[in-house]
Design a protein. Structure first.
Length: 387
């Protein structure tokens, strides 16, 4: 057994300090579920500035909350092994913005915001962050940074220290405030990714995608749907420029037409991506994530196309799963062409879904008791826009 503990404080009426321990079996492998995330916080391995709020702990991840100040910096950065994020902020900041009552972050600027959650990870547990689904669908480029790191969104085993969000709205100016949640973090121990044989066996048992000839090499291949057959002749949305502000905490508050242009299907099943434009598309395949697994959309090989797909890559246990209220769900694709116009074709592979085992089944699956906005989804904008 591997156990870690921290003295949390003095028990009232007792001469002894209360010690809460967090224990895992030796040689454990998998992503930690919701109840273990709560136990990590109880044991002092996750250190929130304030108590967690409702729905902050997801089936296989923890939402991270913004603190009360944002720093506008000259450029994005990584601190490297010999520096802290705070030191780099002091070198690069232009001005400070108070988020306690809300503030607007402008497009194409870079901001760093200290998060309300910090970590005291044990030696065996690593963490990985990703934007939340709604963040990616707003084209808000968000990454998590930790002290002494060489990579974004990766927090090494044994890390003790603060976390920061790098935020750069790309299309819409956004209104944020202390407590807003743009990113999420997963905790894993050991090797969680399924081998090729394990993925084949899981697909045979659970039918991870709704097609007969699924491509399972290096993960489950997902292709783009440009037929319009499942969405009334439309294949996606292109974001408008020079729009109003989007409040990231306001659900259903905005008319679609004020921010998005619908894209009709073409007879030849193609779509030309214009450089610098942002698109919401959907996968051709309906996917599901069984209760004992989680998944992540991995970056696509740039050698097969100059475009980026999917800012927000975490798929929780129960996503699209019939037992959690789904019937298979399309993966929504957040697409941006890089430097040149690029033609997408219907059925073109645009990403791969890598499956990982959970250490234990979560208490609540995606879509159960947590108000998930995208269960059984098709082509769908973020929760901020009225249907």
């Amino acid at each position: 057994m591997a156990a870690w503990s921290m003295i949390l404080g003095h028990l009232e009426g007792s001469p002894r300090d209360r010690i809460v321990s967090f224990t895992l079996e030796d040689e454990s492998n998998g992503i930690l579920p919701d109840r273990m995330i709560a136990e990590m916080a109880e044991a002092g391995l996750i250190l929130p500035a304030y108590d967690f709020v409702e729905s902050q702990i997801q089936p296989a991840s923890l939402d991270l909350r913004l603190g009360d100040i944002a720093y506008r910096v000259r450029a994005s950065f990584l601190p490297g092994p010999d520096a802290t994020v705070a030191e780099r902020i002091d070198q690069l900041k232009l001005h400070e913005i108070d988020l306690s009552d809300g503030a607007v972050l402008e497009t194409n600027c870079v901001y760093i915001v200290p998060l309300l959650e910090s970590l005291a990870l044990p030696p065996e547990i690593v963490a990985a962050a990703n934007p939340k689904s709604s963040t990616g669908r707003l084209d808000v480029f968000t990454r998590v940074i930790a002290d002494g790191t060489r990579r974004f969104d990766m927090i090494g085993a044994g890390y003790h220290g603060p976390l920061y969000a790098e935020i750069s709205p790309k299309t819409f100016p956004v209104l944020l405030r202390e407590g807003s949640r743009l990113s999420q973090v997963r905790f894993r121990i050991g090797e969680a990714t399924l081998t090729a044989d394990e993925l084949d066996a899981l697909h045979a048992a659970e039918r991870l995608v709704d097609i007969d000839d699924a491509d399972l090499s290096d993960g489950v291949a997902l292709s783009v749907d440009l037929s319009g057959e499942s969405s009334g002749g439309f294949v996606g949305y292109r974001a408008k420029r020079h729009t109003g502000v989007v409040d990231v905490d306001r659900r259903g508050g905005y008319a679609v037409d004020d921010f998005w242009e619908p894209i009709k299907a073409r007879p030849d099943g193609s779509l030309i991506l214009d450089p610098g434009e942002f698109y919401i598309l959907a996968s051709k395949e309906a996917v599901q994530v069984p209760p004992d697994y989680a998944a992540e959309m991995v970056p696509f090989d740039p050698l097969v196309g100059e475009f980026r797909v999917h800012y927000a890559g975490f798929f929780d246990p129960g996503f699209g799963y019939a037992g959690a209220g789904g019937k298979g769900a399309r993966a929504v694709l957040e697409v941006r062409s890089r430097e040149v116009p690029f033609i997408l074709e219907h059925g073109q592979i645009v990403g791969r879904l890598v499956y990982e085992r959970m250490l234990e089944r979560p208490d609540a699956l995606y879509g159960q008791r947590i108000g998930s906005n995208y269960q059984a989804q098709g082509l769908k904008l973020s929760k901020h826009f009225r249907v």
